[in-house]
Design a binder for this molecule. Sequence first.
Ligand code: GBH
Length: 475
Amino acid sequence: MFPRGFAWGAATAAYQIEGGWQADGRGPSIWDTFSHETGRVFGDQNGDVACKSYELWEEDLRSILQLGLTHYRLSVSWARLLPDGTTQHVNHKGVEYYNKVIDNLLTANVTPMVTLYHFDLPQALQDQGGWKSPNIAALFDSYARFCFQTFGDRVKLWITINEPYVCAKLGHEDGIHAPGLEEPGGRAAYLVGHNMLRAHALAWHSYDAFFRPKHEGLVSLAINSDWLEPLEPDCAEDVSATERHLAFTLGWFAWPVFVSGDYPEIMRAVIDANSKTHGFNSESRLPIFSKDEPPILGTADFFALNYYTSRKVTSGCGHSDILSMKSDRGAQEVLDPSWPISGVSWLAVVPHGLRRLLSYIKKNFSDPAIYITENGFAQVGSLEMEDVQRGKFYTETISEVAKAITEDGVNVRGYFAWSLMDNFEWADGYSVRFGLFHVDFSDEKRKRTMYRSGREYAKLILKYSTEHEGPHPNH
Ligand code: GBH
């Protein structure tokens, strides 16, 4: 059911697990700043200590081996490697840490997939305008080259930026992620998304020109999207609201990279029309790609998809007189009452949504090789080590992936569960648990204990990764 060499993985991100926020010369990031402000994160918690992975990497490795993962997706902390964000000052202790992690993984026959940016911008760069500044693209490119140069002999799977949508919208329009900006008008979110695409593209071109020839790896960006369906399939307005929503979510980043080098036409048309209505008539709020910069089109060697949930969509977006990315999108999300809700309110359990989204990607983005770089299920409140629901979630989701491969012909190359272990869940702090391993945050040693769902995932991996190993024809 799963092709030979299929990646069976789990994922984490530096700020969510490492702790050691001031250890060995790490610089501050925007998540340090944000989480240290009162009222930003649940219970005013932060990632100062988190799972202590900076200190306890060997425990993480043990967990990875217990699950039998073939791949592990981690992110490197920009501010740990380059404390002020620039290559002027390299923190060698940070380099040593990631060298150890990568080398240990390879020795254990686990393939690393490394994300360069998972929400944690060095504060020094935020102070210069962060992702809103056009200069960020070149700074990111230097950081990426530094990482390719330092780790690229051993790391062959790279993600430049994780979920630009989340950084742009949650960080710069909703203000619920770092840097916590609540800018109306949509302009900030579009600008950040634009600079992230420029940054990603520069890094991809750098890899392509200078590193691919000897390292032969693959580079992409991780795009998050819910699966979206019209609330009333026969209602033309719901159908067009759904198309619009898909264009503003998945299309915002996937269309420029996989289809045209520019934003979906409907995005530009809607944003321009709304700008006019609101009396803006100068330049568009959605930036335009310069012809003098390397092209965005073609800058992904595979499609990296983070999928968690699905929504039904209907037209309109409530009553909003305020111009925003959300109001431009003009779509209202509705939960289907038949979908169970996981521990967090936003995560309705819809495994078949993943199969449909995979087919949509195959059809609309030229049948790319796809890695599902995140997918998972959250627990909150009372803790269940026998997390039956999560086990069922993984079993069902993986069976939908199997159908996508065998029945729909989708070229899926790997699946990464979010997450290896419970960790700092951004604005929800430690109140939301996504792990295959439980982490005891009241224990000095941050003891990791496998959940029942971890045991079930391990069984699935064992079953599917050995199905090709029949008896040798000569025996
Ligand atoms: C991923 O984002 C992140 O990459 C990962 O770091 C994180 O731990 C994981 O999800 C689990 O959350 O609060 O109602 O505004 C997934 C995409 C988009 C899902 C924002 C949650 C917030 C909904 N996320 N969404 S709400």
